[in-house]
Design a protein. Structure first.
Length: 155
């Protein structure tokens, strides 16, 4: 029977620039063992005993070098199956807003970054779960729906 595990977190990073939202995508290093050259959201593993919310903030800082302006829980848990370890992975998703002038400092895991429009994000992201997560961020958090105030966390 497949195990159900939750060791991965994801964060959709955005800023409001030029009157609208721009979403940060990171391109994995070509030398990486897992999915080399793939565009993705901030994604990382939880350390033993670490809460998902703390792991998301740590991974955001490690992979981008930026400081969060605001932070939310996204009402979605991404899921994917890994046949190598016969495990179904559940990945909580978070949203992070940064200042318009924030500068990205990439970790060695990534070779490139891009600030993308909502339409471009849907074209570049490979995994449907990540696309859907950005749709929720775009509609509920960036779109300013009432749900966003219930999802907000203190940074």
């Amino acid at each position: 029977m497949a195990a159900i595990v939750s060791r991965v977190v994801e964060a959709c990073v955005f800023k409001i620039a030029h009157g609208g939202p721009e979403y940060l995508l990171l391109k994995r290093s070509e030398n990486d063992n897992i999915y080399p050259g793939m565009w993705q959201l901030v994604t990382g593993s939880m350390k033993d005993g670490e809460r998902a919310v703390d792991a998301a903030m740590r991974e955001f800082r490690e992979e981008t070098g930026m400081v969060a302006k605001r932070f939310w829980v996204v009402p979605f848990v991404n899921s994917f199956y890994v046949p190598v370890n016969d495990a179904i992975h559940l990945s909580p998703v978070f949203a992070v807003e940064v200042q318009e002038e924030a500068r990205v400092v990439l970790s060695p895991e990534h070779q490139e970054f891009g600030w993308c429009s909502f339409e471009d994000v849907k074209q570049k992201l490979v995994w449907p779960g990540q696309r859907y997560a950005v749709e929720l961020v775009h509609e509920y958090i960036v779109g300013g729906q009432e749900a966003s105030r219930f999802l907000s966390l203190h940074v």
